[in-house]
Design a protein around this ligand. Structure first.
Ligand code: FNR
Length: 376
């Protein structure tokens, strides 16, 4: 209705409402460096493409006269009541695409009541983002230095982050030609590095401040945060540091999902990091039904990698996810129009989800099951 009314006054939406075409608009309008950082994937991009192809293979079979006028998208995930089964995926270094970075994203998410998952490598600190209000989770890249880890998690807990999302699939960076070709220079902007290394314990490990000796700070960071593959038995270390729910992000095999249950984790995110890590890995959506079947309701199953439209959210939910993490599209919205751009993208997603759910003949996310889909 809002769009119709604005149309009567001659006003159009700020940019496209076609979420599947957003990447094209972003490619045409964003600076190449910022766009390339978001759009890039590992290697040949095979997994990134597979993520989309998997969605396209599943078709919704709409039902008629289903009395779907009154719909309710609310969903409870790990004790948080969400207005819709959607969270904002952690995306690092957001000042690469817009100077307001995560602050703009946090404000847009808070205005819609959707939780934002803040990345360990954010351009703004956990404390600054907390001031934007709203429900927030924290994503951890697990560092080898135990005191740095304790400091990061302690600060997140004190700043009101409720759930902890531990990303397992990026213990070392994937081979990302698009970033490598540009030697990662987009990470440097007018303000310095887009990841400011703000943790005080990390900074205490350096002989000189990052402002005085950036290469040394970068090397120290890399030696602590990459090349550090922990084992399942070490998850108990995180339990000691985090009293809230813990979610493992990057699960792609049913056996790993079962191990997450055995390790007493609260949730998993079935994800291949948007095809940015293992080129040639299976599409995340193809991993989802097996994993959901393996763990049942013993653990909360979330999903990301390839979600673009309202119909995609329905497909992921039907195949076993409780909620999805929305990634690249909101980063394009951020680049195109800052806070308003993120809000526009999220509102389009929610509206399209609401409309498509009803037109498919369903009223709530909990009614969705594989039987509403056909593969072909
Ligand atoms: C990411 N992702 C990510 N994940 C994470 O745990 N910590 C992070 O800092 C980042 N940073 C990041 C930056 C950029 C530019 C992208 C595109 C992605 C992965 C992200 O959370 C999510 O898994 C993917 O974005 C899902 O894929 P799609 O749906 O965006 O294609």
């Amino acid at each position: 209705s809002e769009i119709y009314l604005h149309g009567l006054a001659g006003t159009k939406p700020p940019f496209t409402t076609d979420l599947a075409a957003l990447e094209e608009e972003a490619a045409a309008r964003l600076p190449e460096d910022g766009f390339g950082y978001v759009a890039g994937g590992a290697g040949s991009g095979a997994t990134m493409r597979a993520n989309r192809e998997a969605f396209d293979r599943w078709k919704i079979v709409p039902r008629m006269l289903a009395e779907a006028t009154d719909r309710d998208l609310t969903t409870t995930v790990l004790g948080d009541e969400l207005p819709a089964p959607v969270l904002l995926a952690p995306i690092g270094a957001q000042t690469i695409v817009h100077p307001d970075g995560e602050l703009a994203t946090a404000r847009a998410a808070a205005s819609l009541g959707l939780p934002m998952i803040l990345s360990t490598v954010s351009s703004h600190s956990v404390e600054a983002i907390a001031e934007a209000g709203g429900s927030r989770w924290f994503q951890l890249y697990w560092p080898s230095d135990a005191e740095v880890c304790a400091s990061i998690l302690g600060r997140a807990r004190n700043a009101g982050y409720t759930a902890l999302v531990v990303t397992l699939d990026t213990w070392t960076m994937g081979w990302r030609p698009r970033d490598l070709d540009r030697a990662y220079v987009p990470f440097l902007n007018g303000e310095g590095l887009a990841i400011p290394f703000s943790d005080p314990v990390f900074r205490s490990r350096l002989a000189k401040s990052p402002e005085e000796d950036l290469p040394a700070a970068m090397l120290a960071w890399m030696s602590m945060f990459t090349g550090t593959d922990f084992g399942w038995h070490q998850l108990s270390l995180l339990r000691e540091l985090w009293s809230g729910p813990i979610v493992l992000k990057g699960v792609q095999h049913a056996d790993d999902a079962r191990r997450a249950v055995d390790a007493g984790m609260d949730g998993i995110v079935v994800s291949n990091h948007g095809g940015r890590q293992v080129d040639g890995a299976l599409a995340a959506l193809d991993a989802l039904p097996t994993i959901a079947g393996a763990v049942g309701d013993r653990i909360e199953v979330l999903f990301d990698s390839g979600v673009r439209t309202g119909a995609d959210v329905i497909k992921a939910l039907a195949l076993g996810a409780k909620a999805v993490l929305y990634g690249r599209p909101y980063a394009y919205g951020l680049g195109l129009a800052g806070e308003d751009g993120v809000r526009h993208v999220l509102r389009c997603l929610l509206a399209e989800l609401y409309i498509t759910l009803g037109l498919a003949g369903y009223r709530t996310p909990s009614e969705l099951s594989p039987s509403l889909l056909r593969r072909g």
